[in-house]
Design a protein around this ligand. Structure first.
Ligand code: ADP
Ligand code: MG
Length: 405
């Protein structure tokens, strides 16, 4: 493995410089994982539903180098303390909880048979935390791919990870990538303790430039459809930090599971809107509303995929607005700031559609706007947000990018 060359992509170069500053010398490998934006299909992933996502041009890059003493040293400049632990003796450290992602991943891979020595790495990120762009999944995916470059492994089966003694790991096919996504999810579920679905990890790994990723979470079939080049994707971060760990997310998930159970089906994927109506009096009111949101979202994604293929961006955009209404009324995972952002978006003539994206309870909205007016759209969101909520808006016109490598 040669040292990373100078003059490479910007984020990798920034990570390289950070590594040089923190550890001296050069990293030998880097991995870059994009954040994701859920375009449509809210809270559908763990209900075996349909979802549309985009990998966007916000990234976590990890750059690293092996160590011969078996220790792992991680630096993330947004956190004061370094994380320090033995690769073969992993435990939580309340002083650096952010290292739980990499630790959880190491454990998952080790439990399946992989062996790792020590390493030192930096985490360079342009993904804001808790903005609904899934920095956590990008961190896991970047960790997994960096490790694969430092200590090559392959994943022939979900429960088996083989360390390779020599050379670089061969390129992953889609089936192996999917197994890696599942392992990342398990790390987040079991070690970090967030009951998240697979969407985030899949999106970071399966992104394609200018394409929408379509995921069927029943059989994990992944497909792509082009994103119309005249339409801009604008992400607007409310500045309200959502707190997934142990929060409302797990509550909503439990409600969906309870509703499915009461309906006698394995998941809400197996229920139509009519069947749900008929069973309404068997469900607690809020459970019913959560189920209504999810079943409605699954239907909107199915319709939305057709509309995208036909190039009907107007009708597609309307589905985004309906999705947000349902979040607000039924699933109750919006908040005044997100509602305000969606209202402001809809007031602008360039707007095609707007909704909250990701888990909700804060984080960001995703907006589709006519590309030629996207910058004006973005500015008017910011000035409206300042006027109505007295808050500064962070927003971006995003490019839709390739998945992690
Ligand atoms: P998100 O929607 O961004 O995924 P989460 O709460 O799921 O929000 O994940 C955020 C957590 O992921 C942070 O609290 C931190 O533990 C970890 N994390 C994200 N980005 C970084 C980073 N650049 N450096 C270290 N840890 C990070
Ligand atoms: Mg997350």
């Amino acid at each position: 493995m040669g040292s990373l060359r100078r003059g490479m992509e910007r984020e990798i170069e920034q990570a390289r410089q950070l590594f040089e500053k923190e550890f001296g010398g050069q990293p030998v490998a880097a991995a870059k994982a994009p954040g994701r934006a859920e375009l449509l299909g809210n809270h559908t992933d763990y209900n075996q539903g349909l979802v549309m996502a985009l990998a966007v041009d916000k990234f976590i890059v990890m750059a690293g180098r092996p160590r011969s003493d078996g220790r792992v040293v991680l630096v993330s400049p947004i956190f004061e303390r370094r994380a320090l632990f033995e690769a073969d003796r992993i435990a939580k450290d309340p002083e650096a909880p952010w290292a739980d992602y990499t630790k959880g991943l190491l454990l998952q891979l080790q439990e399946r048979g992989a062996r790792f020595g020590g390493f030192e790495a930096v985490i360079h990120s342009t993904i804001p935390l808790g903005a609904g762009l899934s920095s956590s999944a990008a961190l896991l995916v970047a960790s997994a791919l960096l490790l694969r470059k430092l200590y090559p492994y392959r994943i022939p089966e979900l429960d088996r990870v083989e360390s390779l003694d020599k050379g670089d790991a061969p390129p992953m096919d889609d089936a192996e990538r999917l197994r890696l996504a599942r392992i990342c999810q398990k790390a987040e579920n079991e070690f970090v303790g967030v009951n998240c679905g697979l969407l985030d990890h899949i999106s970071s790994l399966f992104g394609r430039q200018d394409q929408v990723i379509l995921i069927d979470c029943l059989d994990m079939k992944i497909d792509w459809t082009p994103m119309d080049s005249e339409t801009a994707v604008v992400l607007a971060h409310s500045g309200v930090r959502h707190e997934l760990v142990g929060g409302e997310y797990n509550d909503r998930r439990a409600r969906c599971e309870r509703a499915a159970k009461a309906l006698g089906v394995p998941s809400l994927r197996h229920v139509t809107l009519e069947e749900l109506e008929q069973a309404r009096d068997r469900l607690e009111e809020f459970d019913y509303r959560c189920a209504l949101h999810v079943v409605g979202e699954i239907e909107r994604v199915a319709r939305g995929a057709d509309l995208l293929r036909r190039g009907d961006r107007q009708a597609f955009g309307e589905l985004l607005c309906q999705s947000h209404e349902s979040s607000r009324h039924n699933f109750r995972n919006s908040c005044p700031e997100l509602d305000c952002l969606v209202e402001l978006a809809k007031e602008h003539p360039a707007c095609l559609g707007a909704r909250l994206t990701g888990g909700g309870f804060g984080g960001a909205t995703i907006n589709l706007a006519r590309a030629e007016e996207a910058e004006d759209f973005r500015r008017s969101l910011a000035s409206g947000y300042a006027a109505r909520m007295g808050k500064r808006l962070e927003s971006w016109i995003c490019r839709v990018v390739e998945g992690a490598a």
